[in-house]
Write a protein that binds this ligand. Structure first.
Ligand SMILES: [Mg+2]
Length: 289
């Protein structure tokens, strides 16, 4: 994958997150009413270009891969916990947005350290009702760092199981990582996509892993540039920031950083730091076993 595509994937994720953040938990908007630029407000009262947990967890994971040059599950969980408890990898001094499944995983991880009981970092629950999109939303680093398709799949699986252990989460993570690595939708996964001619109001965009994956691919396959793709994705509302992050990864990977309009780059909070993470990650080789 060339560097423009790697940077596009990584930055695209943060841009989609920031664009969607003010629309989180809101109902979907119609095209004449679309939000097309960064805005303020929403449930976390975000500032212009401010991103949320999707990007914080992405940066925590990226930081560990760069530092350790391998998939160090314990170190990644420690960094996730630093974000959760200390506000590291965050736009504010403390974490302000966390999904239930991630919350449970990080809480049980910290508890296991305190009590020294059954200490292991893979904390994803396996019940199907925990099939949220929290592992998909932080997929960018493992794809950017991977040298081949198998490595992307292996790392996607590992990073998912830290907090999400359901069969559906694993399945969607594998599909998404493989497709992001190749830079296109893979025909064998076409039954997991929505038809292009589906009515817009039938595209769901909640926190369920299936909905986020479907909505992001629908936004990509029914548009022909980065900007239109992320705008279409986030305006489905509900889990708008995460749908935006996924759509941003797909479109950023496809159109490259050079295909992202300057407005979205110049006004993204901490753009330079995120760019630096992406650049270092592109240059990192992780150990294989
Ligand atoms: Mg979020």
């Amino acid at each position: 994958m060339d560097i423009d595509k790697k940077l596009g994937l990584f930055l695209g994720s943060a841009i989609g997150d920031a664009l969607g953040a003010p629309l989180e938990f809101q109902k979907a908007r119609e095209p004449e009413d679309y939000l097309t630029r960064y805005s303020t407000g929403g449930p976390h009262n975000v500032s212009l270009g401010e991103w949320t947990d999707d990007t914080s967890m992405t940066l925590a994971l990226a930081s560990s891969l760069i530092e350790k040059k391998e998939f160090d599950a314990d170190d990644i969980m420690k960094k996730f916990y630093q974000w959760f408890k200390e506000g590291k990898f965050c736009t504010r001094s403390k974490c302000f947005d966390i999904g239930n499944t991630v919350y449970d995983a990080l809480s049980s991880y910290s508890e296991s350290i305190k009590t020294n009981k059954l200490h292991q970092p893979y904390r994803g629950r396996i019940t199907e009702n925990t099939s949220g999109n929290g592992a998909l939303m932080r997929m960018a680093p493992v794809v950017v760092v991977s040298k081949d398709r198998d490595e992307a799949i292996r790392l996607a699986l590992q990073q998912t199981l830290l907090t999400h252990g359901s069969q559906l989460c694993v399945q969607y993570s594998v599909m998404f990582a493989e497709e992001l690595f190749l830079g296109k939708a893979i025909p064998k996964y076409s039954t997991y996509k929505l038809p292009d001619n589906i009515r817009r109001e039938d595209v769901m965009s909640g926190g369920f892993v299936k909905e986020t994956y479907e909505a992001a691919w629908w936004a990509f396959s029914t548009t022909n540039n980065f900007e239109d793709c992320v705008i279409k994705a986030v305006n489905r509302g509900h889990d708008a920031d995460t749908t935006g992050a996924l759509a941003g990864m797909i479109a950023g990977r496809f159109y490259g950083l050079s295909g992202i309009p300057d407005y979205f780059k110049n006004n993204l909070m901490m753009y330079d730091e995120i760019y630096e993470y992406a650049l270092k990650l592109s240059d990192t080789n992780v150990k294989t076993f």
